[in-house]
Design a protein around this ligand. Structure first.
Ligand code: ADP
Ligand code: MG
Length: 510
């Protein structure tokens, strides 16, 4: 927690000077522009845990069901009902914490946080106030992620497990009451809307890969509270305002931009401190407005609830972590020498299982040169053609063996790139064609391979057929060789390797 001593009250220190100066005077005395101000952003993210039941009741998770159909006695706070902790939710919380490089606390406890809302029957939420599951982690953002302007390591303050209460505004619907959430709190490390967006996107891919959450903002299972303040570099951070419940990266970025401008305008026009507020984004106007003034911890009357036993299975869980998405991207991109963006596309085919990456590794079988070519055929040709046809990819679309045969055949100049595209299109258009091997497909499509005829002989024929062109080439007009190559292509049914044909013709005409 940052102490309130860091807050400024409308006054800031002019960089390079020790004299406090009112921002308004500063504005008029110099050419104050937006560029002199820096926005500071810290995020609190609520991510629904991808378990199959609620955190303390056995009711299954619900989305879009008839109201109050996924409710057990505990969810309605009927006297005598007792919480039964979902250990799977804890396991998912821990592996998420490990993936975020957090220190997982060996003793973790649950506390009651009191609220009076119509859809919290017990009048308290079970959360972790005193001993959260994990602390002190980080998530690395790279320049270019979501247009982030620099590399930065975002520090994670803590990860805690708590109950969610997402109900109707006026009526009582307890379907989602008591669902398990991870609250992930960052340090105020981000300095632009893009960096905040990059953090959320990266966290979403992490949750999906370790299997702890869907991070689906549209369905409300990942929500972001953004804390925003501004300052002039070299001076203390301004008052922060918290914008609650942002449910898309676009809204998050909109809220940050609006707040940034609002705070700067405030400091430029007033000496009064900016009030610390909890605010909400009006998604239609893109403006934020006050929700309530910030409540204090004592308003919640926190009190310990039940204890969690010390968790001794940390090492097993750590060993079982999958390769994380950015590790996969780095490994594949450096192994095969391919652009990260292509690897991201491949990984994006199914972030839960990374099946696209397995497919590439299976096609390459350790042959990195082949893998590099294969990635191109998979991402640009196969996905490109599928996209146009509005079809989705699976590993069976082009079976591993066929992709391997096809890429090897192009690589060894046995089949031309143009013909390989024809074969690929045929496989994508024709169900079951993919199960036939390359030789069958070649026969089926009447495609000849470079080793099925004598290139020398066909080049000679072409030269005989076009004596005048041949004479031009002999006379030094090397450009004319193109026409001879065209003839070789025609005679070979498009099977000749263009580069080799050119060499042979020039050799024959020496
Ligand atoms: P609280 O307990 O009142 O919610 P915390 O200190 O836990 O406050 O901080 C909550 C969030 O606010 C964190 O994500 C933190 O990074 C962020 N934050 C703290 N100070 C600032 C600031 N000056 N500007 C922007 N964000 C801030
Ligand atoms: Mg906090």
């Amino acid at each position: 927690m940052l102490s309130s001593g860091l807050r400024i009250s409308g006054r800031s220190l002019r960089p390079g000077s020790s004299r406090p100066i009112c921002p308004r005077c500063y504005a008029t005395a110099s050419t104050s522009t937006d560029d002199e101000w820096q926005v500071i952003i810290g995020l609190e993210i609520h991510a629904q845990i991808r378990s199959n039941r609620k955190l303390f009741s056995r009711a299954p998770l619900s989305y879009g069901h008839a109201p109050n159909t996924h409710v057990e006695p505990l969810d309605t706070a009927i006297p005598g009902s007792l919480p039964v902790l979902d250990l799977e939710a804890i396991r998912l919380g821990i592996i998420t914490a490990l993936a975020l490089n957090c220190r997982v606390n060996h003793r973790s406890t649950f506390d009651r946080k009191h609220y009076f809302y119509h859809d919290i029957p017990a009048s308290y939420q079970i959360t972790q106030h005193y001993n959260p599951l994990a602390r002190d982690g980080s998530l690395q953002i790279f320049k270019g992620d979501n247009n982030a302007q620099r590399d930065l390591l975002v520090k994670i303050q803590q990860l805690q497990i708590e109950q969610a209460f997402v109900g109707d505004d006026r009526l009582v619907d307890l379907n989602r009451a008591g669902t398990g959430l991870m609250e992930i709190v960052t340090d105020p490390d981000m300095r632009s809307a893009e960096e905040a967006g990059a953090f959320v996107r990266k966290l979403q891919s992490l949750l999906r890969r370790v299997g702890s959450g869907d991070g689906d903002m549209e369905k409300g299972n990942l929500r972001v509270d953004a804390n925003i303040s501004v300052h002039r570099p070299g001076t203390p951070f301004g008052t922060r305002c918290e914008i609650k419940n942002l449910n898309s990266v676009r809204y998050l970025q909109q809220a940050i931009e609006f707040e940034r401008k609002r705070h700067i305008a405030h400091y430029l026009s007033s000496d009064a401190p900016l009030p610390q507020e909890t605010r909400t984004l009006n998604e239609i106007t893109g403006e934020t407005m006050p929700l309530r003034s910030k409540e204090n911890a004592e308003d919640y009357r926190y009190m310990p609830d039940s204890n969690l036993p010390a968790m001794s299975y940390l090492d097993t869980l750590r060993a079982g972590l999958p390769e994380l998405p950015w590790e996969t991207v780095n490994r594949i991109s450096s192994t095969y020498g391919v652009p990260k963006s292509d690897v991201e596309t491949l990984l994006g085919l199914d972030e839960y299982t990374a099946v696209g990456i397995k497919y590439l590794d299976d096609v390459a079988q350790g042959d990195t040169k082949l893998g590099k070519r294969a990635l191109n055929w998979i991402v640009h040709e196969t996905l490109g053609q599928l996209n146009k046809a509005n079809k989705t990819w699976t590993p069976e679309t082009v079976p591993v063996e066929l992709m391997r045969e096809l890429v090897s055949a192009v690589e060894s100049s046995k089949v031309t790139g143009t013909n390989a595209k024809v074969i690929l299109k045929h496989v994508l258009d024709t169900p079951s064609a993919g199960r036939r091997g390359l030789p069958d497909l070649l026969a089926e499509l009447g495609i000849k391979t470079a080793d099925s005829f004598d290139l020398d002989a066909v080049c000679r024929e072409a030269i005989e057929a076009l004596p005048l062109v041949a004479a031009d080439v002999r006379g030094g007009q090397t450009k004319a060789v193109g026409r001879l190559m065209g003839e070789v292509m025609r005679r070979s049914g498009g099977a000749a390797d263009a580069r080799k044909a050119r060499e042979v013709i020039l050799e024959l005409l020496k």
